[in-house]
Design a protein around this ligand. Structure first.
Ligand SMILES: Nc1ncnc2c1ncn2[C@@H]1O[C@H](COP(=O)(O)OP(=O)(O)OP(=O)(O)O)[C@@H](O)[C@H]1O
Length: 931
């Protein structure tokens, strides 16, 4: 993190968290000011407590004279707490140490409560005389000078008196012991069940280990097998971007520095470092990498995993910040398992640590398993085990990976652009326009009254372009009534367009979003920040939400994004903001770009950045080729991942770096006008998009598809199903809005960057005013990159994909109802008892399109049931029918006729049954041609 950026970043962060706090109950003044103290102030307090502890040791344990204050203090403590006061010196020292070391310690929420319970329990036990503590002289002499000191002090006596009055002596004993146990549990973070289970587990392990000891083991030999060293190098300690001094921008950031949050990066290092190869960063929780988040110096060793954090994750960590990082939904076809993250939040630090430990343990186990036993053949095959059209080993070896450092890349690493080249709004422009808010609120309530809707405004939230008025309706009034009044309210408020949220998600309120009189332009510089910890280099800044909080998204987690809206609504602006965000923090070693711009004017600014993998593609045909070649790259990456036994790009890159290979970058393909491509080669483009969208997430290939034509022939059902994250800009009708978002809303947007963001896994739409970056800023940014090397273009990406004989047999030029693999497919589905396109893809090693066509052919022949949404297709024939059906499929009609067992349900006649003969003739021809 750069020093010069720190203030801006801090400002941005505090702005971001402000609305979150606004929604919560304000903490009390003293608590708030306590929390606002900085660590150096905590250090001072901690030192003071340590000194006090030493002082008390002398006074209380060694009998030293402490002067008036010291002795008074000891007297007071003894009177108040009795014998329990003797734990004051270590307790005060512990409190001091906790304050000093708090950046290194996990947040243990119930600490204070635990300490309080323990203290109360001890005082009570001393006062009550439980376990013979304190003498226990009963209630008669309570509060007398003779007994308070040797027992639980005045406070202990007070507790004892209250409890014994209410519950008797027995009750006081029971409560004392219970409080003691409760305090211990809270302080240690243990739970009774887990203690029981861990004890059982420990016993089991010990017994097992003892049983394993060979009879001849001598005392010198280790009885319990020693853990084998992991085969792979463990992940280095995490980097903490929030700590330590940060070098000023412009800085030279090496690919390592840019992309390897787990590499050592101290502030003292020279700013320029040559440290290729890069390591692509990865999500925290997914990969289990350990990252310190608070105060730990960069070069400090990673805080050791706390046992409690692993076993009792619920007790550790802090409230997660708001962000959009949803996991990808599982498409029809299962992706190779990649580490998932919780849908809407960054994992708390301790949870991340726990995940890290679990992942590390799993990796160790896996490494050991690899050493010990080869994979068994009967293991459940996964997509990764048998990817469709997996390249051969030869191909894997020969192919040149996409990425690597472009020609002429600076020897000493890339220099990242300074974000200060971005324009920042003036202070008055950063504040939303709140003029006339009261009048609008009053007019709103009045207008609703005219329509017999009783409501009152319970809150307003003002953003850069709209203000949301939150209404509480009188009992018995339906929300839908307000929604129906949209146009009337717009008329009453003299507003261009209003949007009604009925209800506001998560609130008992109806929201009415009214455009502000003066809209604020949100400049990218107002919201831009480096990717938060745990995010990938594909993190982009989208703009500000209705409360003015900056919103970012990690495209790698989207994992693909659809951007649609009418012309002039701000799509290109949004794409520019995304690309610029990436160019501001990612080097060509982190991210490579494939830009498709059929309009030829939107993305040509980027033609000289070294991040490009191809020239900016303007021809739809070339774009279709590029997409198909990206599918090959994807398959190649899967092949490599399978050989290296890794599950996602960051893991693969770790292995590649260990083996001295260049890591692979993320690849982002941005298509600025999907409709143009879909006009030229709909089948090929759709097929390639679907295949990339379904599978490419794990290998780091991601798509951003933009279109100004939100029509079903452009955004087809299959594309929609596989591109789960959507951004809708203003559209002209509710139908268009539903095509993009599956719900209304985008028809009420204001244009010029006003958008609704629907990240994957969330049904909630976030309204955002898009960040804007003008051409001069983009030019400055691209100039900065252009001086650091030419793009190393992979022209082969634009070449027409080589025809694959196996797949071509089922290609476009063939009859739609015949395929040499049909008989095999039929056999397979009968054998499997179900028909799925992905199953056929895997087992027959064919592409998606061909497998889909085979299923269609079987449906037409009555072999499998029709498509029923998410339900699997049923196989309608029995194994007994197989010979006849296969004979038909192979075009051997005579074999079918002479088959001995023509029993069982015959395949239902199909409309095109009459054509079968012709087709079987073709089949035979094809089969023999193929042979
Ligand atoms: N985030 C924004 N803030 C303010 N104004 C914006 C923003 N985005 C776009 N605009 C304005 O809207 C105009 C049109 O934007 P843009 O070119 O991005 O639209 P588009 O949807 O890509 O249109 P087309 O599909 O025709 O390319 C821009 O010239 C700019 O003035």
């Amino acid at each position: 993190m750069s020093r010069s950026r720190t203030p801006a970043r801090t400002a941005a962060s505090s702005r971001r968290s402000a609305p979150k706090r606004a929604g919560k109950e304000a903490p009390s003044g003293s608590l708030r000011s306590w929390r606002q103290l900085e660590q150096r102030q905590f250090d001072q307090i901690g030192l003071g407590l340590l000194a006090l502890s030493v002082f008390l040791v002398f006074l209380m344990y060694l009998g030293a004279w402490g002067g008036a204050i010291g002795d008074g203090l000891v007297d007071g403590l003894l009177s108040l707490f009795g014998q329990v006061a003797y734990i004051a010196p270590p307790a005060v020292a512990a409190a001091g140490l906790l304050l000093i070391l708090r950046p290194l310690l996990p947040a243990i929420r119930p600490f204070r409560t635990g300490a309080l319970l323990l203290l109360s329990a001890l005082m009570l036990l001393f006062a009550t005389g439980t376990f013979g503590l304190g003498g226990g002289t009963g209630r008669d002499e309570l509060f007398t000078a003779e007994v308070v000191r040797p027992r639980g002090g005045v406070l202990g006596d007070a507790l004892y008196w209250a409890l014994s009055s209410a519950l008797g002596d027995i009750g006081a004993h029971v409560v004392g012991v219970t409080l003691l146990l409760g305090g211990v549990l809270l302080l240690t973070g243990a739970s009774i069940a887990s203690m029981v289970s861990r004890t059982g587990e420990g016993l089991r392990q010990t017994t097992t280990a003892l049983r394993r000891v060979p009879s001849g083991t001598t005392s010198d030999e280790p009885a319990i097998p020693v853990e084998r060293p992991a085969r792979r190098r463990a992940a280095p300690p995490a980097e903490d971007p929030t700590s330590g001094p940060t070098p000023p921008r412009p800085r030279r950031r090496t690919p390592d520095a840019a992309t390897a949050p787990d590499e050592d990066r101290t502030g003292e290092e020279p700013v320029v470092r040559r440290a290729r190869p890069a390591r692509v960063s990865e999500p925290d929780a997914g990969t289990g990498e350990v990252r310190a988040t608070r105060g730990a110096p960069d070069d400090a060793p990673a805080t050791p995993e706390l046992d409690g954090a692993r076993r009792y994750p619920d007790l550790f960590g802090e409230a997660p910040p708001m962000t959009f990082e949803p996991p990808a939904p599982v498409p029809d076809e299962p992706e190779p398992a990649v580490d998932e993250e919780p849908p809407t939040q960054i994992a708390p630090r301790a949870a991340a640590r726990a995940a890290a430990a679990a992942a590390a343990a799993a990796a160790r186990e896996a490494a050991e398993r690899d050493d010990e036993e080869p994979a068994t053949a009967d293991e459940e095959p996964t997509e990764r085990d048998a990817p469709a059209e997996r390249p051969s080993l030869q191909e894997l070896r020969e192919r040149q990976p996409m990425g690597g450092s472009p020609e002429g890349a600076p020897e000493d690493g890339y220099v990242l652009p300074d974000p200060s080249l971005l324009k920042v709004s003036a202070a008055d422009q950063l504040r939303p326009d709140t003029a006339g808010q009261e009048e609008t609120a009053a007019a709103l309530v009045e207008a609703l009254q005219h329509f017999k809707v009783e409501a009152k405004v319970i809150g307003t939230i003002a953003g850069p372009h709209i203000t949301r008025y939150e209404l509480r309706l009188a009992p018995g009034i339906k929300m839908s009534k307000v929604a129906q009044l949209k146009d009337d309210l717009a008329y009453a408020l003299a507003a261009t367009d209003i949007r009604i949220l009925a209800p506001v998600p998560g609130k008992t309120a109806v929201g009415v979003e009214v455009p502000n009189k003066r809209r604020r332009v949100v400049h990218l510089g107002d919201v831009y920040d480096d990717p938060p910890q745990g995010e990938t280099p594909l993190t982009v800044w989208l703009g500000k939400d209705v409360s003015g909080a900056p919103i970012h998204a990690d495209l790698a987690k989207m994992p693909h994004l659809l951007v649609a809206g009418t012309t002039g609504a701000g799509k290109s602006g949004c794409v520019n903001a995304m690309l610029s965000s990436i160019l501001l923090h990612a080097t060509p070693d982190d991210v490579r770009l494939v830009l498709v711009d059929p309009k030829q004017v939107e993305l040509n600014h980027y033609e000289s950045v070294p991040h490009l993998l191809t020239p900016v593609i303007t021809s739809p045909k070339m774009a279709a080729n590029a997409l198909q070649n990206l599918v090959r790259e994807m398959e190649w990456r899967y092949g490599v991942m399978s050989v290296k036994k890794t599950r996602n790009l960051p893991e693969l890159n770790r292995v590649r770096i260990d083996e001295g290979d260049e890591p692979l970058p993320y690849i982002l393909c941005v298509i600025d006008e999907l409709a143009d491509l879909m006009m030229v080669a709909p089948a090929d483009v759709e097929d390639a998009i679907i295949r990339i969208a379904q599978k490419a997430r794990a290998v780091g290939i991601h798509l951003v598809l933009a279109t100004q034509s939100p029509r079903v022939d452009v955004i087809t059902g299959m594309i929609k199903a596989n591109v789960p994250s959507r951004i809708a800009f203003s559209v002209s009708s509710q139908t268009d809005s539903r095509v993009i978002l599956d719900q209304n809303g985008a028809e009420s947007l204001l244009g010029r960057g006003d958008m609704l963001f629907n990240p994957v896994g969330s049904s909630k739409l976030t309204r955002i005013q898009g960040a804007y970056i003008d051409e001069a800023e983009i030019a400055a940014l691209t100039r900065h990159w252009a001086t650091q090397g030419e793009p190393e273009l992979r022209e082969d990406l634009l070449e027409a994909a080589e025809e694959e004989p196996a797949d071509d047999a089922g290609g476009d030029d063939l009859d739609n109802d015949s395929d040499p693999l049909l008989a095999d497919a039929i056999e397979l589905v009968v054998e499997m008892g179900a028909a799925s396109t992905s199953g056929l893809q895997r087992r027959l090693r064919v592409g998606y399109t061909r497998a889909g066509r085979l299923v269609d052919m079987m449906e037409r022949r009555g072999i499998v049931s029709a498509f029923e949404g998410s339900k699997a297709r049923q196989v309608l024939i029995s194994p007994m029918d197989l010979p006849r059906v296969l004979a038909q499929a192979r075009g051997d009609a005579s074999a079918a006729a002479s088959a001995d067992e023509p029993t069982g349900p015959s395949a239902p006649p199909t409309d095109d049954a009459g054509d079968d003969d012709d087709r079987t003739g073709e089949h035979a021809a094809l089969s023999s041609a193929g042979a």
